[in-house]
Design a protein. Structure first.
Length: 327
């Protein structure tokens, strides 16, 4: 049986929305799908909404591609939702821990290092100068003659002072208040193509589609990806399968293998042979980009697999026109 993840990805590659999205990612129009923020909608993905056409389906669409291993994601932000109405239009109130009012003033605490006097920053200001209220020394050098020692808050309603405020959330939509204990917090992600899928997609977009067009133009019925059932009952996936004739008895199967090194190793030959041994097609081709290793060539002769070596899309099409269509 073939790998579940690859089957799922292969099916998703057929989705026109997936194709358009990946075209934009591969074409350099964007490297990452970042969410945009709207005060009413919260975070959303305008580019994906344009492609999918239904805003309600975007979140699941991206999640499905991530679960299939096609998109990787990174944490972009976290959204705070109102527990009463689910709105993301929520503000944070820093409140007095005594009376819970958010009508508070926040100041910096300043310490005069020489005499040790500490007070709020406003009490050190004397006109344009910064003067210690206790010893009357003028302070001119931050972190040398004076330093900031923290924050100090004062409630305008109950007049009490404190250093750590109580945090409260206020929903601007329904005006409900809530605390951290009630908070609904949701992760927001940015998405980009997985490196492995970049290779899969790159081969599919740049090489497979022209091959499909070539074969279709010569009277073949083409499937890509193709799932063929073997004698064992197992289904095998090929990058391309082409049929000819009313009974579709003539079946050509093709797989693509490429390497960032100088040659493609023999493993794709072995993998293709295992599939054709069970399926029994009329002919099998392995397109090696840029070149097949010597061991791979020897094994392909033994397994009756035709190797097509090519450095780019044009060379693939020219070789196929000669080797496949010329027959």
């Amino acid at each position: 049986m073939i790998e579940t993840g690859k089957i799922e990805r292969a099916e998703l590659y057929k989705d026109r929305s997936v194709q358009i999205l990946f075209d934009r990612l591969l074409g350099g129009e964007m490297n990452e799908i970042e969410p945009a923020y709207d005060s009413e909608l919260g975070y959303h993905y305008p580019i994906v909404e344009e492609i999918v056409g239904d805003k309600s389906k975007v979140k699941r669409f991206l999640q499905k591609l991530h679960e299939a291993g096609m998109l990787r994601r990174r944490l972009f932000d976290k959204t705070l939702h109102c527990p009463k109405c689910s709105s993301t239009n929520v503000s944070v109130h820093y409140c007095c821990p005594y009376c819970k009012s958010f009508n508070i003033d926040k100041s910096s605490l300043v310490e005069h290092i020489k005499c040790g006097y500490m007070d709020v920053e406003e009490n050190f200001k004397k006109g344009q100068k910064f003067v210690c209220p206790k010893c009357q020394d003028e302070l001119k050098k931050p972190d040398i003659d004076h330093r900031r020692a923290g924050v100090w808050c004062t409630c305008r309603d109950c007049r009490k002072s404190f250093d750590v405020p109580h945090t409260q959330h206020f929903c601007r939509t329904c005006r409900a208040t809530s605390t951290f204990e009630d908070a609904i917090i949701e992760d927001v992600h940015a998405y980009s193509l997985d490196d492995q899928v970049k290779e899969e997609v790159g081969v599919s977009w740049v090489v497979i589609n022209p091959i499909r067009e070539l074969l279709s133009g010569k009277g073949y019925d083409v499937e890509s990806p193709a799932f063929l059932e073997g004698k064992s009952g197992a289904k095998h996936m090929f990058d391309i399968a082409a049929y000819k004739g009313k009974t579709k008895q003539k079946v050509l199967v093709m797989d693509l293998a490429f390497s960032t090194e100088k040659t493609v190793p023999e493993q794709p030959v072995i993998a293709l042979f295992a599939k054709i041994f069970d399926v029994g097609p009329s002919a099998a081709y392995l397109i090696a980009i840029p070149k097949m290793s010597e061991n791979g060539k020897k094994m392909s002769e033994l397994y009756s697999i035709t190797i097509i070596e090519a450095k780019n899309q044009n060379e693939v099409i020219e070789a196929l026109a000669e080797v496949v269509i010329g027959k």
